[in-house]
Structures are given as structure tokens and as C-alpha cells.
Design a protein around this ligand. Structure first.
Ligand SMILES: CC(C)(COP(=O)(O)OP(=O)(O)OC[C@H]1O[C@@H](n2cnc3c(N)ncnc32)[C@H](O)[C@@H]1OP(=O)(O)O)[C@@H](O)C(=O)NCCC(=O)NCCS
Ligand SMILES: CC(=O)OP(=O)(O)O
Length: 325
């Protein structure tokens, strides 16, 4: 079954509500319309009800099936302020909350936090920092998870059956060894959502001691922490990408590795490598890159790249709805 077909079957007809705080963007409008028409989710838009309805109609979109919440005319706004102030634990007054919650990313995140919506997809216009900060502050991490991270499902590269997970390409700028191990574990779990049996490569510029630096030491330490905490996961590092991916290079550089040459979950040593790496695979390698899928949050919020297209929005919303189940 095609990668997204099983996720579509899972969410179809369940009425899951996904907030799109960027309802004026053509890519968001197009994707939300298709998701609604395909009975996959109920799109939730933010803004003046008449203005949003007019925007939809002007694009030839039937507003039926959409839900619209207006921060300036919302019966639950006072309750929202109260809950926000409570959750920020002394970091925002009610006065400040009233202003902050006019920001559609904060308002949308609160809809998810309050259970009015099941998930949120944003970031087609906003930067990652502005998209995810409300979720980090309000929705927070799942029990036992220290760091939220962002992974991509990379598909349809050289053939339609290829699928890999790349992480962290989005959140943790300079992860330490412990954070890197957490990212690897979360990414292995994300792999399973897509029926990938995870084989985790902890990437570096060095393979099993061929290079020396503090950065290599960090990756070695992260691999050790991952294996200690989750011996059930097949993982190895440090590995260069060619050793992790290409069997002939693996035979030369890491002949005894359980993962080299067949890795399908690639963990980058920092966000510079991860973000550059996924965009190279996407733009030069023609892979479809869907994400960043945020891992480790209490409720699903997904970021988009500002370079996304309508299909990316459509697919990321499907993943977000599936995470809500
Ligand atoms: C994610 C990011 C915005 C958070 O940094 P920030 O806005 O400066 O946030 P702060 O450090 O002030 O933290 C804000 C809250 O988020 C929490 N937080 C920050 N990073 C977190 C993480 N990785 N996991 C979980 N919580 C996190 C903090 O604990 C803090 O919570 P609190 O306010 O309740 O105490 C920042 O790490 C970042 O910019 N990352 C790179 C984003 C990017 O440009 N990606 C490339 C394109 S995808
Ligand atoms: C994921 C990502 O790189 O996002 P953006 O392109 O919006 O910075």
C-alpha cells in the first residue's frame, strides 16, 4: 500500500480537527480544501468568520465543513487567557496573554491544548522558531521526553518504495550527546509509524574512529547512550553517510557493523548538517521531504518549510492527524 494510503485509511471519517493558522496562503487553502473534500480532516481556520468565508469562496472553495475561530470574538477567550497564564507559570500576566493570544500560532496552539482541535499545521509563512515556540511553551513534552525534535520522512527518491527518516533537521541547534541519543530514539519511533523497521545510523564525518574531534566524540557518546537505553534498537555510529547507506562502502569502512550499508534512519550531528542534508536530498536528489514532523510533544503540532508546496501541506496534515489518534 502506498505510504500515505494506510494513514489516510486510519484517519478517514474520524472528524479530526486540524488548525491551519495560515489560512490566507494559497498552498494551505488548496490542501485544506482537498483534505476536507476527501473526508480526511475538518480544517480549522483562524480569523474573522466573514473574512475567512469570503477568502474561501473567492478561491472557489466551499466553506461547508470548515470551522472558523475568531480571536477577537471567541466565547472561550477568557478561559484561554486563564489557561495560558496558568501554563506559563509566572512568565506571562493576563494582560500579556491577551496580546500574545492574538498571534494565530499562539491561538491555534491553545485550541489544540484545550482539546478544541486535535493538531496544528503551520510554518508555510512563519519561521520554524515562531511556529514551534508556542507548542514548546504550552503543549510541552510527553512524560519522559526531554527534547522535542523535528524529523522528515524522505520518500520517492530513486524509486517509489524508498523511505527514510532524517532527524533532527529542525529544532535542536547544537544537541549534546544525551539530546542526540533522544533524537535518535524518537526518530526510530517515528520510523515505525511509516512501517520502517528502524536501522539507525549516527552520522558524522568519521566512520568508527577514522577521524578525531570533539564532534566525533559527541556522536560516539550519543551512540553509546542510545544503545544502553534502548538495546532493542539496531543502531551504530559514528558512521559517514556513504558507510551508513552504501553496502559496498560499508564492507570497506565498517564490515562488522549491524547497520552500515542498510541504515534507514539517519541522525545528523547537529541542525546545520540535518537541515542542509534534507534540503540537498530534496532539491538535488528529488526526494519528497515531508516534515518537519515534531517528535516528543504532548499533542501533535507540525511545522512546514516555507518552501513547501500544496502536496507537502496535504501530507503533513495527514501525518499530524494520525499522530492525534
Ligand atoms: C526551537 C527554538 C525556537 C526554541 O528556542 P527559543 O525560542 O529561544 O526558546 P527558549 O529557549 O526561550 O525556550 C522556550 C521554551 O521552549 C522550551 N524548549 C526550547 N527548546 C526545546 C526543545 N528542543 N524541546 C523541548 N522544549 C524546548 C524551553 O524549555 C522553554 O520552555 P519555558 O518557556 O516553559 O521554560 C530554537 O531552539 C530554535 O530557533 N531552533 C532552530 C529553529 C530553526 O530555525 N530551524 C531551521 C528551520 S526548520
Ligand atoms: C524546515 C525548514 O527548513 O523550514 P524553513 O524552510 O521554513 O526554514
Amino acid at each position: 500500500m502506498e505510504l500515505f494510503e494506510s494513514l489516510k485509511t486510519k484517519i478517514s471519517g474520524k472528524g479530526l480537527k486540524i488548525v491551519f493558522p495560515e489560512g490566507t496562503d494559497a498552498r494551505i487553502l488548496g490542501a485544506a480544501n482537498r483534505l476536507n473534500a476527501d473526508h480526511l480532516i475538518t480544517p480549522v481556520f483562524i480569523g474573522n468568520v466573514q473574512e475567512v468565508t469570503d477568502t474561501l469562496k473567492a478561491r472557489g472553495i466551499n466553506p461547508e465543513g470548515f470551522e472558523i475561530y475568531d480571536p477577537n470574538n471567541c466565547g472561550r477567550f477568557d478561559n484561554m487567557i486563564e489557561l495560558f497564564v496558568q501554563q506559563r507559570k509566572g512568565k506571562a500576566t493576563a494582560e500579556q496573554a491577551k496580546e500574545i493570544l492574538k498571534d494565530p500560532n499562539y491561538f491555534g496552539t491553545m485550541l489544540v491544548y484545550m482539546g478544541i482541535a486535535d493538531g496544528m499545521v503551520s510554518g508555510a509563512i512563519h519561521s520554524t522558531a515562531d511556529t514551534v515556540r508556542p507548542a514548546l511553551q504550552i503543549i510541552k513534552t510527553k512524560p519522559g521526553v526531554k527534547s522535542v525534535s523535528g524529523a522528515f520522512i524522505m520518500t520517492k527518491g530513486r524509486d517509489d518504495n524508498e523511505k527514510y527518516i532524517f532527524g533532527d533537521c529542525a529544532i535542536n541547534i547544537e544537541p549534546d550527546a544525551e539530546t542526540l541519543a533522544d533524537i535518535a530514539y524518537a526518530s526510530a519511533q517515528t520510523a515505525e509509524v511509516f512501517d520502517i523497521d528502524p536501522k539507525v545510523a549516527m552520522l558524522s564525518f568519521s566512520t568508527l574512529g577514522s577521524g578525531k574531534s570533539d564532534d566525533v566524540t559527541k556522536v560516539v557518546e550519543a551512540t553509546k547512550l542510545l544503545k544502553e537505553a534502548h538495546p532493542e534498537i539496531q543502531a551504530d555510529g559514528e558512521l559517514q553517510f556513504d558507510a551508513a547507506f552504501e553496502p559496498s562502502v560499508a564492507r570497506q569502512k565498517a564490515p562488522n557493523s549491524p547497520v552500515a550499508g542498510k541504515a534507514n534512519v539517519f541522525i545528523f550531528p547537529d541542525i546545520q548538517a540535518g537541515n542542509i542534508g534534507y534540503k540537498i536530498a530534496q532539491r538535488l536528489g528529488n526526494f519528497e521531504a515531508i516534515g518537519p514532523i515534531l517528535q516528543g510533544l504532548n499533542k501533535p503540532v507540525s511545522d512546514l518549510s516555507r518552501g513547501c508546496n500544496e502536496e507537502d501541506v496535504y501530507k503533513l496534515a495527514i501525518i499530524t492527524a494520525a499522530q492525534a489518534m
